[in-house]
Write a protein that binds this ligand. Structure first.
Ligand SMILES: NC(=O)C1=CN([C@@H]2O[C@H](COP(=O)(O)OP(=O)(O)OC[C@H]3O[C@@H](n4cnc5c(N)ncnc54)[C@H](O)[C@@H]3O)[C@@H](O)[C@H]2O)C=CC1
Ligand SMILES: O=C([O-])CC(=O)C(=O)O
Length: 333
């Protein structure tokens, strides 16, 4: 019996993500919460012939607590998306408060649940959730994840496009480390499961840039109607499925995700040494188990150019982390 909950379930990501979770046989109960439309989304999904029992809740009458009651895994895509010209950091003003309040609900209702944060800016919203959980004395770093899977999915797709063979896309694995915005996104193309064909230095640089700024491509194409939703729902469901499989006892599942490096102190220390900085949060490959992170893995052998990309990511990442922490620890009056 595994209960999954989506907070922000009526949104552009929330609805297709809820659909994909409804199709996951490892989910027995699906709780949906949003400030609008969840009864309709839940009624619609409840007609699908899969095991998960679906319930939708709105804020009145303790809807958040009811949705979260008994949750094993909570996915958070609540909040506003970007419009053209905005950075993910521009979303902080609105989304930080939304994420703080939802995290408070988790801390008081289902503190042992796995928490998967999608709401942007992920580099800061994950530290916000951690600080809220700490303030309630229930922080378990092994169970808190910033979802960076879309960067990994994009890298697989774009690398297979360079190979001129999209049929290999599902099998292409490219670790993406760092954070989830612009230059904090660091694809390790040298570790691609499918080494790149001979391309020029310009093509190589353009590929890295496309992975780092893939979100902008969608924001521009949607032209004011939001950012990636369908590809994010796919990526979020893929990451959630890995967590569900690990909870179900499957061993050896590895995924890159944005985590507090204290989740596995020894592994986290190795990563800090590899990146050359004392950072509290970083996206690295982790091994998952029934109780969350089993091991933070080394980022492995990187090229000199990739080491430079890591170096370039660190200052922005450090500021993003501090901004998130201070939002809870030292709120401005
Ligand atoms: N981590 C990642 O890779 C990605 C993250 N995102 C982020 O995901 C977030 C959601 O994006 P979309 O689904 O496109 O936006 P959306 O506007 O379509 O949906 C957001 C939903 O959140 C709900 N919401 C707002 N305040 C809430 C609250 N206090 N409690 C519960 N629900 C609340 C809204 O009613 C809405 O239904 C954005 O912050 C976006 O930047 C988007 C794509 C990729
Ligand atoms: O670009 C955005 O704002 C949404 C996002 O995080 C992504 O698509 O990677």
């Amino acid at each position: 019996m595994t209960k999954a909950v989506v907070l922000g379930a009526a949104g552009g990501i929330g609805q297709p993500l809820a659909l994909l979770l409804k199709g996951n046989p490892l989910v027995s109960d699906l709780g949906l919460f949003d400030i609008v439309n969840t009864p309709g989304v839940a009624a619609d999904l409840s007609h699908i012939a899969t095991p998960a029992k679906v319930e939708g809740y709105l804020p009145p009458d303790d809807g958040l607590k009811k949705a979260l009651a008994g949750a094993d895994i909570v996915v958070i895509p609540a909040g506003v998306p970007r419009k053209p010209g905005m950075t993910r950091d521009d979303l902080f003003k609105i989304n930080a408060g939304i994420v703080r309040d939802l995290a408070t609900g988790i801390a008081t209702t289902c503190p042992k649940a796995f928490i998967l944060v999608i709401s942007n800016p992920v580099n800061s919203t994950v530290p916000i959730v951690a600080e809220v959980l700490k303030s309630h004395g229930v922080f378990d770093p092994k169970k808190l994840f910033g979802v960076t899977t879309l960067d990994v999915v994009r890298a697989s797709t774009f690398v297979s496009e360079i190979h001129k063979d999209l049929s290999i896309a599902p099998a292409v694995v490219v670790p993406v480390i760092g954070g989830h915005s612009g230059i904090t996104i660091v694809p390790l193309l040298s570790q691609s499961s499918h080494p790149l064909p001979k391309i020029t230095a310009e093509e190589h640089a353009a590929l890295i840039k496309r992975i780092q700024f893939g979100g902008d491509e969608v924001v521009k194409a949607k032209d004011g109607a939001g950012s990636a939703t369908l590809s994010m729902a796919y990526a979020g469901a893929e990451f959630a499925a890995k967590i569900l499989r690990a909870v179900n006892g499957e061993k050896g599942i590895v995924a890159p995700t944005y985590i507090n490096l204290i989740a596995d102190k020894a592994g986290g220390d190795v990563v800090k040494k590899e990146i050359g900085q004392e950072l509290e949060y970083f996206s690295a490959p982790v091994e998952l188990g029934p109780e969350g992170i089993v091991k933070i893995k080394s980022i492995g052998k990187v090229t000199e150019a990739e080491q430079e990309l890591i170096k370039a990511a660190l200052p922005e990442l450090a500021v993003n982390i501090e901004t998130g922490i201070n939002f809870i620890k030292a709120p401005k009056l």
